[in-house]
Design a protein around this ligand. Structure first.
Ligand code: FMN
Length: 365
């Protein structure tokens, strides 16, 4: 079905197509036609960060920035949905155009810049669907013009604690100048100390929300050493590896659009982000689980990410190229791999290839 809609959507400006795609999704949900997509697949529950996920395939942050489509997205079969990035105050983001498709490479470049409705509006939406079920992660970030970025994260944890299944502390968007500096040791230590403190302070009234740290795939291995050290010492509940990359692999050299500023996602990100999952996994030594994200566009790619060290996976760009039926395709492939190999749960293969992957040549940056 998506193969019919795709040429039309691809003839439009990428951001306009994005909006239309989401409207179509909402319409399908309201008229009850999405369950036709969601075929019956054996459940693959797993308990990660103390939460029980019905299946390991999640929606990555950035598609539903304002929490407006959560139920329609769950109807597609996602095991969890991450909304955001949300900032305390509403923000327009960068001027358009700021979203670019690279169809020959199944890739996207974006420099959206945290366009979002702000905490108050999104909180209202989440409160309205409270009890609606499903694991909804809230991805938080700082306003571009904030004078105290750490205080922004603290405020957002306080605000969303009653409704967030988990939090993602996003210090890895390339489109807010200076944000990635929060990945540096001293700044990260201070940020995580205050975030975890806040979570502890509000947990009695608001319940317990795991805190995950989302990192860039562009960290050097020495920087990754420091990030994992701080994450472990501050006892975060997990990490998400990874956000979009500023790198442009040599395969994109001929591509004019690759010169656009912003973060690259989709297939060209797969090898680098998978390598970073494996590198993170060997450094974390089981202290907490990882979510693997970047270029997953098939059951095979999902499996590779899990074998690299991811307990759960997320996707975004591949939905644009392959359509929403991909969610069930991936689940079906994972489930049949379990059956074929006689395993009870995917957790048995998490990280199975991490050591091998970290010994390979570095993927072309
Ligand atoms: C248009 C677009 C907007 C995004 N916005 C966010 C965001 O607000 N916060 C965030 O943490 N990641 C954001 N991401 C990154 C994704 O969550 C994901 O980490 C990245 O795209 C790699 O996954 P993929 O290759 O499956 O797309 C965005 C990605 C895209 C393509």
């Amino acid at each position: 079905m998506y193969s019919l809609a795709r040429p039309f959507l691809f003839s439009l400006d990428a951001e306009r197509a994005h909006g239309l795609g989401l409207s179509a999704l909402d319409l399908a949900y309201r008229t009850g036609t999405t369950p036709l997509l969601a075929a019956r697949i054996a459940p693959m529950p797993s308990t990660v960060f103390g939460l029980t996920f019905p299946n390991p395939v999640g929606l990555a942050a950035g598609l539903d920035k304002n929490g407006e489509h959560i139920d329609a997205l769950f109807a597609l079969g996602f095991g969890f949905v991450e909304i955001g990035t949300i900032t305390p105050r509403p923000q327009a983001g960068n001027p358009q155009p700021r979203l670019f498709r690279l169809p020959a490479h199944n890739a996207i470049i974006n420099r959206m810049g945290f366009n979002n409705d702000g905490a108050e509006a999104v909180l209202r939406r989440l409160v309205a669907r409270a009890g609606g079920g499903g694991i909804v992660g809230v991805n938080v970030g700082a306003n571009k013009d904030s004078e105290d970025r750490t205080a922004d994260y603290v405020k957002l944890i306080e605000t969303f604690a009653p409704v967030a299944s988990y939090f993602t502390v996003n210090v890895s968007s390339p489109n807010t100048p200076g944000l990635r500096n929060l990945q540096q040791s001293a700044a990260l230590d201070d940020l995580l100390a205050r975030v975890i403190d806040t979570r502890e302070r509000v947990r009695r009234n608001a319940g317990d929300s795991p805190v995950l740290l989302k990192i860039a795939p562009d960290l050097s291995l020495a920087e990754l050493d420091d990030v994992v050290h701080v994450a472990r010492s501050r006892r975060v509940d997990g990490m998400i590896v990874a956000n979009t990359t500023l790198a442009r692999p040599s395969t994109l050299r001929e591509e004019n659009r690759a010169k656009e500023q912003g973060g690259l996602s989709g297939r060209p990100l797969f090898r680098l982000s998978t390598r970073m999952v494996a590198e993170t996994y060997v450094r974390v030594e089981g202290a907490f689980p990882l979510i693997g994200v970047g270029g997953i566009d098939s059951g095979g790619a999902a499996l590779t990410k899990i074998r690299a060290g991811a307990s759960l996976i997320q996707l975004y760009s591949s939905l644009v190229y392959k359509g929403v039926g991909l969610v069930d395709d991936i689940k079906r492939d994972l489930s049949s791999t379990l059956l074929r190999t006689g395993r009870d749960s995917l957790s048995e293969i998490v990280g199975a290839d991490a050591a091998t992957i970290t010994a390979e040549d570095w993927p072309v940056r």
